[in-house]
Design a protein around this ligand. Structure first.
Ligand code: 15L
Length: 279
C-alpha cells in the first residue's frame, strides 16, 4: 500500500478526500490546525511556510497531495506565506526527500477571468481572477519547472467546487463530487506516464465550461453530473446584480477584494446586550 501525504487535511477538501481514500492508501495527514486522525491514518502538525516542517512531513512518502494553503481571495501577506512560500517549500522538500510524485490541486481561479460563454481546455493561457488565482498559477509554473528540471511527476488539478451537492448556478458548471475527486486524485497517484499534466477537477457536468479531455485521456470517468440538482439550485438562485461576477467563470473572485475564508477560526457570536444595562 502506498503512503500518501495530504497537506491541508483539516480543510473541507482534505476531509472529503481522506475519507474517500482511507481504504486505498496509508494516509499521512498534515495541517497547521490540530486534527484527530481517523483510525489507521497518522497526523503530523506542520506549517509548510517553514521549510523544516515541509522537510519533516514529506519524508518517506510515495506521493503528496498538497492541498494546504489559503483557499480564497484574501490579504496578500496570508497568500504570500501560505501559497507562494508554502508551495515552494513543499515542492523543494519533496525533491530533497526524493518524493517523485506531487499532486497540486490548483483552482478554477487560475483561469477565472475567462468568460462563461467560452469553453476552455487545459492548454489555455492562465487568466487568474484574484491574488489567490495568481498564487495557483505560481504553483502550476513551479510544478512545470520541477517536472522539467528535476524529473518529478506532477499532476495539476484545477479544482472547481468540492461539495456533496452543487450550491449555486456557477457551481453547476464546476461542481466536483467527493467520489469524483477521489477518482481523479487516485489517477494522479497511479497513472504511470505522468510527467506534467493539467486537468480540471469537476464532475461530468453537462454545464461545464471546461473541455476536460485531458483528464478523460488519462482514464477519468466521472460518476456524477450536477444536472440532477439543477432545478433545485436554479429555483433558489437570486440575481446578484454583479455584472462582472456573472459574466466570468470565477464569479465574485473577479470583482471583490476578499472572499470569506472557510478555514478561518469561527468567532463566537456576540451575546446581545442586556436590557437596561446600556449607558
Ligand atoms: C476555490 O478555489 C476555493 O478554494 C473554494 O473555497 C471555492 O471558493 C472554489 O474555489 C469555488 O470557486 O467555488
Amino acid at each position: 500500500m502506498k503512503t500518501v501525504l495530504i497537506t491541508g487535511a483539516a480543510g473541507d477538501v482534505g476531509t472529503h478526500l481522506s475519507r474517500e481514500l482511507a481504504d486505498k492508501y496509508r494516509l499521512r495527514l498534515s495541517d497547521k490546525r490540530p486534527l484527530k486522525p481517523p483510525k489507521g491514518q497518522s497526523f503530523m502538525r506542520a506549517d509548510v511556510s517553514e521549510m523544516a516542517d515541509a522537510l519533516r512531513i514529506t519524508k518517506g512518502v510515495d506521493a503528496i497531495v498538497h492541498l494546504g494553503g489559503y483557499s480564497v481571495e484574501g490579504p496578500w501577506d496570508a497568500i504570500l506565506q501560505a501559497n507562494i512560500v508554502g508551495c515552494y517549500n513543499v515542492f523543494e522538500a519533496a525533491r530533497r526527500n526524493g518524493v517523485k510524485r506531487i499532486l497540486f490541486p490548483t483552482s478554477n481561479h487560475a483561469v477565472g477571468f475567462y468568460r462563461r460563454e467560452q469553453k476552455i481546455d487545459h492548454r489555455v493561457y492562465p487568466k487568474p481572477d484574484s491574488r489567490y488565482g495568481v498564487s495557483k498559477v505560481f504553483g502550476e509554473a513551479l510544478g512545470s519547472l520541477y517536472a522539467d528540471k528535476y524529473g518529478m511527476q506532477v499532476f495539476m488539478i484545477r479544482i472547481g467546487n468540492v461539495n456533496p451537492k452543487p450550491i449555486d448556478k456557477r457551481r453547476l458548471a464546476i461542481w466536483f463530487s467527493p467520489r469524483d475527486l477521489a477518482q481523479l486524485v487516485a489517477i494522479g497517484i497511479e497513472q504511470p506516464d505522468i510527467r506534467f499534466e493539467i486537468v480540471y477537477g469537476i464532475s461530468g457536468n453537462q454545464r461545464a465550461w471546461y473541455d476536460n479531455s485531458n483528464a478523460f485521456r488519462l482514464g477519468y470517468k466521472p460518476q456524477d453530473d450536477s444536472e440532477i440538482h439543477a432545478a433545485e439550485v436554479l429555483a433558489k438562485e437570486k440575481p446578484s446584480g454583479d455584472e462582472i461576477a456573472e459574466a466570468h467563470q470565477g464569479g465574485i473572485f473577479c470583482s471583490v477584494e476578499e472572499v470569506p475564508n472557510p478555514a478561518a477560526p469561527k468567532r463566537a457570536a456576540k451575546k446581545p446586550a442586556k436590557k437596561g444595562k446600556r449607558k
